[in-house]
Design a protein around this ligand. Structure first.
Ligand SMILES: [Fe+2]
Length: 336
């Protein structure tokens, strides 16, 4: 099926009928100096604690074109790929608002044996909007779970990609740093059309989750309605939502098969809550070259069981609770 990118690794539920997805984000490799090595040790500690079947890096791997030479780019890619490659754990990424395709080409990561990142359909704006099917443990050809990855762009996406003025932002809107970014309506249409085609092929709607860097407008409804949404986790900064709600959540809701939307972007938020039946969550940042907190660093772990995919478990795995991180967390002089 041409809408499934040809993946070099077949993702599937394990022999116990379980699939574990770990989402991390916001590495922010800096300019003019090497990245803080604690980032790599944090990856290792989280991987050993969470033991995921796939690790998804939800954007901001770099900081505004900071990896300005091929040598720096390749050394950085080798460093962050190392923990997953050494453990044989598949991984993938989507770009964040601080990443630039010209600074961090998808191919550099995709060259690694366990990296499943792809550019996605050429007709979509940006790069890094694609679909990863997860197959059942019995080797069947009908996916049991769909992982929808989105490029959520950066400010100016409508000007660049659509040739139209960006959204007007009223004073009552308090959006995040990435003014004018977000998943576009064209990508929401792609999701809708692709999901309908998959339903036509298999005769049923296949449950899925959405993965992207920037939160949806609806994410802010979780911390503003904590008891109604059953919010867990921390909110230490305002939720940096896009200026324009381009309708992806409505598409997900109307299709009825999206279970969760996981994002990064806000470095010191780790919340999750449920709105209209869909869990909306953020993960705490992992990088040490940007603002963050050792109290909140970590990743969101979603655990699915193939006999009831909709009843997935969701938890934020905190680095401070990972045995391998004890000797480098809360070091003197750091941001905590
Ligand atoms: Fe970030």
């Amino acid at each position: 099926m041409e809408w499934f990118e040809k993946s070099k690794i077949r993702l599937c539920f394990d022999e116990n009928g379980e699939f574990r997805l770990l989402c991390v984000s916001d590495y922010h490799a800096p300019a003019e100096r090497d990245w803080d090595e604690r980032l790599i040790r944090a990856e290792e500690a989280l991987l050993d604690e969470a033991r995921p079947d796939l690790m998804m890096i939800l954007g901001d791997l770099t900081h505004d074109g900071a990896l300005d030479t091929r040598d720096r780019l390749e050394r950085y890619a080798a460093a962050i790929a190392g923990p997953m490659e050494a453990r044989g754990i598949p991984w993938a990424h989507v770009p964040g608002n601080h990443d630039r395709e010209e600074g961090i080409p998808t191919e550099v990561f995709a060259a690694y044996p366990h990296c499943l990142s792809v550019r996605g359909p050429a007709e979509l704006p940006g790069y890094g909007t694609y679909l990863m099917p997860v197959y059942p443990s019995d080797g069947g050809e009908e996916p049991a779970l769909l992982l929808w990855a989105f490029d959520s762009h950066r400010g100016g996406v409508w000007e660049r990609e659509c040739g139209i003025p960006g959204p007007v932002e009223f004073r009552s809107q308090t959006t995040g740093f990435d003014r004018g970014g977000g998943v576009t309506h064209r990508q929401a249409l792609w999701f809708w059309e692709t999901d309908c085609r998959i339903e036509a092929v298999f005769g049923r709607r296949i449950p899925g989750i959405m993965l992207m860097h920037s939160p949806l407008a609806e994410h802010r409804l979780i911390p503003t309605n904590p008891s109604l949404t059953g919010m867990t986790g921390a909110l230490e900064e305002s939720c940096g939502i896009p200026s324009l709600n381009s309708g992806l959540f409505a598409a997900a809701y109307e299709r009825g098969d999206i279970l969760a939307v996981v994002t990064g972007h806000d470095h010191i938020n780790t919340f999750a809550g449920r709105y209209m039946g869909i869990e909306l969550s953020e993960d705490g940042s992992l990088g040490y070259d940007v603002y963050g907190s050792d109290h909140l660093r970590g990743g969101r772990l979603l655990t699915f069981r193939e006999n009831d995919v909709r009843a997935f478990a969701s938890e934020h795995v905190y680095l401070k609770n990972c045995p391998g991180a004890a000797d480098f967390l809360f070091r003197e002089g750091h941001d905590d």
